[in-house]
Design a protein around this ligand. Structure first.
Ligand code: GLN
Length: 427
């Protein structure tokens, strides 16, 4: 394929995203957040949509290089850091798992003094206080370092927003006081909220959010840098809490209508994840009454419906698919795509056993695979052995060494597919 054609193919994706944005552009409903005065200063018209694949391809349309503050979209990433440092038992002694059905800033403490979940303010302040570090500066640096690793570049603090929230964040300090009184907070209220306000004031773009989401979608490996930011287990737990609690009192509706793990912030950003496939970042600062971006929610609803992304869309289909190029099954060529899971290998094994008599050779191409889950990896190794035993030659094209190396530790080569979507500065 000539480079000309390649570009045209890449543009197909960006064009689809542009069309999506066009469908929501005209919606001017909602209000800028003004309870943090600095947030009311932004241009209300900003609108962006970025998608980053688990293999590191970037598609970004609209105002994708406009900076805004992370706000509550910081919560899942700080939760992931707390899980990785303290483990789920320690974290969940202090904060629950359950959707609260209440607004993000609700006074939420159960009978044991735990906030309902780590995605609402009370729970996020407690989660943030669990981050290791002797001083608030050290704890914030640990958070900044971790969120930057998710984004694949050094993120900076928006000093003006931080100052604005520090000056007006009385309700968050009240939530921290209640957690302190209940014995759930080990830090002082000022220290705990200071770190929390700073994590909320980290500056990102829609593309940063999409890369952060893509890192979650890629089992914790940032697809641009290749850095393993979190373990697959922490990622699974983080995505679960995003799916059940990420959209506050709108979470149940979100689960029905969109069906993707997501987190919104009052800065206007939303990060969403299509596990094993891609991360999405949206930006549009007018908010609905629950504090989520109106046009961001609309864009993600459209994406979910039009691109068929709801997690429960096809419960009977394996996440990965394979094409057998040779229908006679003589010299079988299997091209694998996406996450190679148990169900997919099960299908291969089934086909091979059905056509075992006629097969003369097998070639397996993992070039488009994004991951091989541990069970599937073991099964493929076994399959190699069985076929060798039967004198059926099997060749495996495995450019990322998924089968030979420990799963999830290898990152694919970065590939910027959209020339119009340069990486954010200093990346
Ligand atoms: N910093 C904001 C607050 O605590 C974050 C809230 C949000 O984004 N929903 O009020």
């Amino acid at each position: 394929m000539s480079p000309m054609k390649n570009e045209a193919v890449a543009d197909l994706v960006s064009n689809t995203l542009e069309e999506l944005l066009d469908q929501v552009r005209g919606d001017r409903s909602g209000e800028l957040a003004d309870y943090i005065p600095q947030l009311a200063q932004v241009d209300p018209e900003g609108l962006a949509l970025s998608v980053v694949s688990s293999t590191g391809r970037i598609y970004a349309v609209g105002d994708h290089d406009q900076h805004f503050t992370l706000q509550s979209a910081s919560k899942p990433f700080v939760y992931a850091l707390a899980l990785s440092q303290r483990g789920p038992d320690v974290v969940h002694e202090r904060v629950g798992y359950e959707p609260s059905g209440e607004p993000f800033n609700a006074i939420s403490l159960d009978a044991e003094g735990r906030p309902a979940n780590p995605m609402i303010n009370a729970g996020a302040i407690v989660t943030s206080s669990l981050i290791e570090g002797a001083t608030p500066d050290a704890r914030f640096e640990a958070i900044r370092h971790c969120v930057s690793a998710f984004a694949g570049r050094e993120l900076e603090l928006d000093e003006a927003v931080y100052a604005s929230e520090t000056a007006t964040g009385h309700r968050n300090r009240a939530l921290a006081n209640l957690a302190l009184a209940a014995g759930t907070l080990d830090r002082t209220v000022i220290d705990a909220t200071d770190v929390y306000f700073r994590q909320c004031s980290l500056k990102v773009t829609a593309t940063d959010l999409a890369v952060m989401g893509a890192t979650l979608s890629n089992n914790g490996v940032n697809p641009l840098t290749g850095v393993q930011v979190m373990t697959p287990e922490v990622v699974r737990r983080t995505l679960a809490i995003m799916l059940s609690c990420g959209m506050y009192n709108y979470s149940g509706y979100w689960m029905n209508d969109v069906g993707l793990p997501a987190k919104s912030g009052v800065g206007g950003g939303i990060v969403a994840v299509s596990p094993g496939k891609f991360g999405v970042g949206t930006y549009s600062p007018r908010l609905d009454p629950s504090g989520s971006s109106v046009r961001g929610v609309a864009a993600l609803r459209l994406m979910s419906n039009q691109l068929g992304l709801h997690l429960l869309n096809h419960p009977s289909e394996a996440a990965a698919s394979f094409n057998a190029d040779d229908s006679s099954f003589d010299n079988l060529i299997l091209r694998m795509r996406g996450e190679l899971d148990f169900a997919c290998v099960e299908r291969i094994v089934h086909e091979l056993s059905e056509h075992g008599d006629t097969i003369k050779s097998v070639h397996m191409d993992l070039g488009e695979s994004t991951a091989v889950v541990p069970t599937a990896r073991g099964m493929l190794k076994d399959l190699q052995e069985v076929l060798a035993h039967e004198d059926i030659p099997i060749t495996i094209d495995d450019p990322r060494d998924f089968i030979e190396t420990e799963p999830h530790l290898k990152a694919p080569e970065p590939h910027v597919a959209d020339a119009h979507a340069p990486l954010p500065e200093n990346q």
